[in-house]
Design a protein around this ligand. Structure first.
Ligand code: PLP
Length: 442
């Protein structure tokens, strides 16, 4: 591909090369990212991108879809097999439109819905104030307890009080197992639809390193580009339990994706690439990969704890962890994210439970092991990486985030200038590059 791109558009070609170098020489530790296989990228870059296929297999609004129908049917069958469900829709462009389709299928405008509070690790689309899900539906957020675990008593209390039409479980920054069974009992008690958004843990579920929601929920949504290691995309599955509650639920979901929702023609090149990722995810190698992600996360968490850092909920049971930086002061996530970035370790600043600062200047950073596990790193490397992170923490721990906006801008400017010449950060960067050179990106 690049032989053509470099000639036609050297600017874009060079930028792709620069990003490839950045990823090769650094540790990608944002837990929602991964390194996809060449096979996935080949399908994504294929001529399937050229075809219009509004509708569903054998019910299209355009001609010439004989081959496309076979592609989409194949991927639907793989999705059903991977998640153990009788129905799958593989057309959502990404996780957010998949979730919006669930609202359209399960709710009427103004219905009550429940989801995990944004600053407690929930996703925007689960009813966060700034999102359309809270504009068109009445959102009732549930929270974490002080110990960083889900407050299931509160979930039940709120559900009994408000009788929501839809309850979301699943999160974007929660380091513990999602108690699908308990959520299932609560949803049944109040007659709500229960949707598990497994965007983060889809790969772990298929690998068997996180329990499956399928027996307990009505709907499963997911992205395809995180632990599942596919292209960017989304899927919606309806479970046996979902069809028992509402035999029309599959058709309702399909109609909500197209034509009633926010989508037009499906991205069949993306769907084909999702199919490749699903095929890869149902192999014994991927099972091992999923288990190694969790082993690595646990090894990294214990090294960070041993180095004196604090983790929300005290550790992890999945692929991610959140470092609580409040022992250094509030709103310290920005310093840690940028200092780690300078050292070649990519993480994202993140809120912590009972966040004392704000979502833009949160008090934690979120990091995870899916991408570095793809590179073949194991527990020994996690111990080294934990050491790197602790060394960077030493460099930022005496900083503080000014309350005053103007002062904050000046302070951050000075921090960035100092960072570029910090010898300890440079030293870590060199060691990160050395480590990365032994673990090529597939
Ligand atoms: C739990 C969860 N759901 C949905 C999404 C949305 O996915 P996308 O960014 O593909 O729209 C995310 C992405 O971060 C997520 O973490």
């Amino acid at each position: 591909m690049n032989q053509f791109l470099s000639k036609t558009d050297p600017e874009i070609y060079d930028l792709i090369e620069a990003e490839t170098k950045r990823r090769r020489e650094g540790l990608e530790m944002i837990p929602s990212e991964n390194h996809t296989s060449r096979a996935v990228l080949e399908a994504l870059g294929s001529i399937l991108s050229d075809k219009y296929a509004e509708g569903y297999p054998n019910k299209r609004y355009y001609g010439g879809n004989q081959v496309i129908d076979r592609v989409e049917n194949l991927v639907i069958e793989r999705a059903k097999r991977a998640f153990g469900t009788p129905h799958a829709n593989v057309q959502p462009y990404s996780g957010s439109p998949a979730n919006f389709a669930v609202y359209l299928a399960a709710c009427e405008n103004g219905d009550k819905v429940m989801g995990q509070n944004l600053t407690d690790g929930g996703h925007l689309t689960h009813g966060a104030k700034v999102n359309a899900s809270a504009r068109f539906f009445q959102s009732i957020p549930y929270h974490l307890k002080e110990d960083g675990y889900l407050d299931m008593e509160e979930v039940r209390k709120l559900a009994l009080e408000h009788k929501p039409k839809l309850i979301w479980c699943g999160a974007t920054a929660y380091p513990r197992e999602i108690p699908f069974e308990e959520f299932g009992k609560i949803a049944d008690e109040v007659g709500a639809y229960l949707a598990a958004d497994v965007a983060h843990i889809a790969g772990l579920i298929i690998a068997g390193s996180h329990k499956s929601p399928a027996p307990f929920v009505h709907i499963i949504t997911t992205t395809t580009h995180k632990t599942l290691r596919g292209p960017r995309g989304g899927m919606i599955m309806v479970t046996e339990k979902g069809l028992q509650k509402d035999p029309e639920l599959g058709q309702k979901i399909d109609r909500a994706v197209f034509p009633a929702g926010v989508q037009g023609g499906p991205h069949e090149h993306q769907i084909a690439a999702i199919g490749v990722a699903l095929k890869e995810a149902m192999t014994p190698e991927f099972k091992e990969y999923g288990h190694q992600i969790v082993k690595n996360a646990k090894a990294l968490a214990s090294e960070l704890l041993a180095q004196g850092l604090k983790l929300t909920s005290g550790g992890t049971e999945n692929h991610l962890m959140v470092i609580d930086l409040t022992p250094f002061g509030k709103g310290m996530g920005v310093f840690m994210e940028e200092a780690l970035d300078e050292a070649g370790i990519t993480v994202n600043k993140n809120t912590i439970p009972q966040e004392p600062s704000s979502p833009f200047y949160p008090s934690g950073v979120r990091l995870g092991t899916p991408a570095i596990t793809t590179r073949g790193m194991k527990e020994g490397e996690m111990k080294r990486i934990g050491g790197f992170i602790a060394r960077i923490a030493q460099e930022i721990k005496t900083l503080h985030l000014p309350e005053d906006k103007e002062q904050r801008i000046l302070y951050l400017k000075e921090f960035r200038a100092n960072l570029a010449s910090n010898v300890n950060v440079k030293e870590v960067r060199k060691e990160v590059q050395e480590l990365c050179s032994s673990f090529p990106i597939p």
